[in-house]
Ligand binder design. Structure first.
Ligand SMILES: [Zn+2]
Length: 417
């Protein structure tokens, strides 16, 4: 039983003639249609392009399964889906086009974990050139990356072997390194104090020091502060502290402020890296060579794939940590959002270290503001964060499905990084 739905085939044909009138050169790299075929065993995704284009597709995401199709140079011109978003079928849920300069891509949310079964290209039949990606359900531990770049096939074995080591290394068990980043500081006070509270930078520092003391007292962690006094620190320096420390986890502490509000929203929010932030993190990793440094012997394409895996794994691990913070914090504070939110905050942009930004509450809310200004309250809130760090590192070594898979593939035994 095959159901093929043409989301926009006819409209694509219309777009083709319009684009032709607009000028062939600009239209050359356009995506003109996205279609889905739902089969018993798999879902077929067909991306129609004006000309033949390189692409690569990889499925990933232990928490939020996604399929990413990088199509270098692609532009979006699907009539009827002008905003670059649409609804898929079968295993593919909503999708969106992300026109990032270096790596335009289609991102499909998936109904479950999949692996890429096959990818290939087809010449035009009655439409454009076709990129075909078949995905099938797969346990998260078996998720496999696949590529549409022909030349990568040679290095795929090497890539998969390295991927196991790079992407699925469990957090270290021995003295995990926690980097605490109190937001703002010095000439940057952050949100101003309200309702008798000190400014955000002071609250963040007080909370950070409390968290440090709690973690040190537990005797299990190495704790590094990006700042432990009232000094100004550039955002990138905060990332550099984490990199130099070879941090296992990074947590930035802030307090929110809602515009024009004296009561309004309240509660804590946990942020992890967004898709657009991931694009910036990718660009950043390539530009400053942080990623390539240790891998000069690898081909550029393998490097790129490893970087993708690292970014994805960073996001997965960040989400696990973020979820744990929300679970524990809810005993102490109302939550502004019950799920982690995604943003492109600068301090989250490292390509490897799992990172969250914790907005502890709203300074524009009298209850939040007074609570955060109270040492006993901060102690309770930071104890909840410390508990979530304990939970995160409880699965170090060889626990969990992904970690079992990684340990098995590398010959077993506790892994370190
Ligand atoms: Zn802030």
């Amino acid at each position: 039983m095959v159901i093929v739905r043409r989301l926009s085939g006819l409209m694509g044909a219309l777009a083709a003639s319009l684009a032709f009138m607009a000028g062939a050169s600009a239209a050359a790299s356009e995506i003109i249609a996205v279609r889905f075929g739902v089969h018993d065993s798999h879902t077929r995704i067909v991306v129609e392009t004006r000309t033949e284009m390189d692409f690569r597709a990889f499925a990933s995401g232990e928490v939020t399964p996604r399929l990413v199709v990088d199509i270098p140079g692609a532009r979006w011109n699907v009539t009827g889906l002008a905003d670059g978003q649409g609804q898929g079928h079968g295993l593919a849920g909503r999708f969106r086009f992300e026109p990032a300069a270096q790596s335009p891509r289609l991102v499909f949310e998936l109904t479950e974990s999949v692996r890429v079964r096959e990818t290939f290209s087809l010449p035009p039949a009655d439409g454009g050139h076709r990129i075909v990606i078949d995905i099938e359900p797969a346990p998260a531990a078996l998720m496999t990356a696949s590529s549409g770049f022909d030349s990568v096939d040679q290095t795929m074995t090497q890539f998969l072997a390295e991927r196991v080591q790079v992407a699925y290394v469990p957090p270290r068990c021995e003295s995990p390194r926690i980097v605490i980043d109190p937001g703002h500081g010095g000439r940057d006070p952050g949100a101003p104090g309200r309702f008798g509270s000190v400014s955000e930078s002071h609250l963040a520092l007080a909370a950070g020091l409390a968290l440090r003391d709690i973690l040190v007292a537990r005797g299990r962690y190495e704790v590094i502060m990006t700042r432990d006094r009232d000094v100004f620190l550039e955002l990138d320096e905060r990332i550099q502290v984490a990199r130099r420390a070879e941090a296992d986890i990074f947590i930035s502490l802030h307090a929110d402020a809602a515009p024009n509000s004296n009561a309004g929203p309240r509660g804590a929010t946990v942020y992890t890296l967004s898709d657009s932030g991931t694009n910036r993190a990718r660009t950043r990793a390539r530009q400053d060579g942080e990623w390539l440094q240790t891998s000069a012997a690898r081909s550029a394409q393998v490097n790129d794939l490893l970087l993708e895996m690292s970014l994805q794994e960073k996001r997965n691990q960040s989400l696990i940590f973020a979820g744990s913070i929300l679970e524990n914090a809810t005993d102490v504070t109302p939550l502004f959002r019950r799920e982690p939110l995604e943003r492109g905050f600068w301090v989250l942009l490292d390509s490897q270290i799992p990172a969250v930004l914790f907005e502890m509450g709203f300074m524009t809310n009298p209850d939040d503001s007074r609570n955060l200004n109270t040492p006993a309250y901060r102690q309770r809130l930071m104890t909840a964060v410390a508990d979530s760090i304990d939970e995160y590192f409880a699965v170090c070594g060889n626990a969990g499905p992904l970690r079992t898979a990684a340990a098995g593939s590398t010959g077993g035994g506790p892994a370190t990084r």
